[in-house]
Design a protein. Structure first.
Length: 104
């Protein structure tokens, strides 16, 4: 498994994320994230996409947590995104429009 994965948005911009198993402790930094599962072909599929002020804090409410579990997410893809929240929101929207995750 690669340490990083590239996620292209509907805009054509590509975002590079670190890949870790769900539950891996993360630094208290603002960023974007993708809960993902890997298909038999090795390709990643987005289950939930979001942004946060603190990647080390719980990222999901109980309903979203159940949804990602039910839909087979095994890994959390993250990257730090310092700057205004609007930048993280634009990125999350760009990715959601491209990948249409079931739990976002």
């Amino acid at each position: 498994m690669a340490d990083t994965a590239a996620w292209p948005g509907v805009s054509g911009k590509e975002y590079v994320y670190w890949v870790t198993p769900i539950g891996t402790p993360l630094k208290a930094e603002p960023g974007n994230y993708v809960f993902a599962k890997q298909g038999p072909n090795g390709k990643w599929y987005a289950v939930h996409i979001g942004e946060t002020e603190d990647l080390s804090a719980p990222l999901l409410d109980p309903d979203a947590e159940e949804c990602i579990r039910r839909n087979g997410a095994t890994h959390l893809h993250t990257h730090t995104a310092v700057g205004p929240r609007q930048v993280r929101q634009r990125e999350a929207t760009d990715l959601k429009l491209r990948w249409r995750p079931k739990c976002s």
